[in-house]
Design a protein around this ligand. Structure first.
Ligand code: RIB
Length: 330
């Protein structure tokens, strides 16, 4: 494989000159630039990307931190970001953090060392200092979805509380009299907002108390287990808002095992709008987040921040909508 020395020797210039030409740093005549580029092509020389980023402090790479790619929500988000990045000739590092603090800090440190051009962060376990540190190292970032959005940098989130209100109100409108919620993790900002949206709609009913709230963790299994818990506590439950789609899928199995017909005896609404909810039996009504677009928008904003480092951040809160399907159509 050809090296930078081979190119320099054949072109009759120093390796520093070849490096400057590769990194568009000027200080070479147009004839030298043309000669060096022709030789690079002829020898099939591929610059070492890591070495190159050490000198240029740019790597043409964007990192995306997500909690887990096991939930189809996050691959769809990543796809939106990646498609736009590719259109701009940028590469993506995809980092699964499992929302663990240790993994988040390790990734942020190693991404800084690799001179990524920017980072999209979707993680609960992030704090203000992390974002400020990136900023002071010249790495723009944007938080997306799960991460808190009360910082002064760019962020994209959706109207979680309003979405949960839409879901719960719909269950009331189709005639449900006892509605429970399977909420997401206690420390998750999105889960907390959705729980408040549910409470807004049921808090004044005399049957309502804390026992109608089951604590899930956004996994299919927790949807299944929490639904069993709700059936045991409240055999008269006839409607449930699952605060994400995976939990709604899990609870369908519990309803089946409990002998409850969906939607006639138990109406269900999920949250997210992942594709899979169209293919369950019955298909699941859900609050749709514009998942792919959110990934794309985050990348768009990051590219803007990279190109205009001194510009103002942008804070976006997107609308969600209710998709009606058989699981709640009585
Ligand atoms: O399904 C995963 C959930 O985690 C989504 O609802 C998303 O908003 C994130 O917070």
């Amino acid at each position: 494989m050809a090296t930078i020395r081979d190119v320099a020797a054949k072109a009759g210039v120093s390796t520093a000159t070849v490096s400057r030409i590769i990194n568009n740093k000027g200080q070479a005549t147009p004839e030298t630039v043309a000669r060096v580029n022709a030789i690079i092509k002829e020898l099939g020389y591929k610059p070492n990307v890591v070495a190159r980023s050490l000198t240029s402090r740019k790597s043409n790479t964007i990192a995306l931190l997500v909690p887990t790619i096991s939930n189809p929500f996050f691959p769809e988000l990543a796809r939106g970001a990646e498609d736009l990045a590719n259109a701009y000739g940028l590469n993506i590092f995809l980092c699964n953090t499992d929302d663990e603090r240790g993994k988040v800090t390790n990734y942020l440190q190693s991404l800084k060392e690799r001179y990524v051009d920017g980072i999209i962060i979707n993680s609960l376990n992030l704090n203000n200092e992390d974002i400020e540190d990136l900023h002071s190292n010249g790495i723009p970032s944007i938080t997306l979805d799960r991460a808190f959005a009360t910082h002064e940098f760019s962020s994209i989130t959706v109207k979680h509380r309003e979405g949960a209100r839409l879901a719960t109100k719909h269950l009331i409108d189709v005639g449900c009299k006892r509605i429970g919620i399977i909420r997401g993790p206690e420390d998750d900002f999105t889960a907390v907002q959705r729980m408040w949206g549910y409470r807004d709609c049921v808090k004044d009913f005399d049957w309502f108390n804390q026992s109608w709230i089951a604590l899930g963790d956004f996994s299919v299994k927790s949807g299944y287990l929490c639904m069993k818990e709700l059936f045991q506590r409240h055999p008269d439950i006839d409607g449930v808002f699952a605060s994400n789609d995976l939990m709604a899928i899990g609870l369908l199995k519990a309803a089946h095992e409990w002998g409850r017909k969906v939607p006639d005896e138990l109406a269900i609404v999920g949250f997210d709008g992942i594709d899979m909810t169209q293919y369950t039996y019955p298909p699941i009504s859900t609050i749709r987040q514009p998942i792919y677009e959110m990934g794309k928008m985050a990348m768009e904003e990051l590219i803007r921040l990279i190109n205009e480092p001194n510009s103002d951040p942008s804070k976006v809160e997107l609308d969600v909508d209710l998709i009606l399907r058989e699981s709640s159509m009585r």
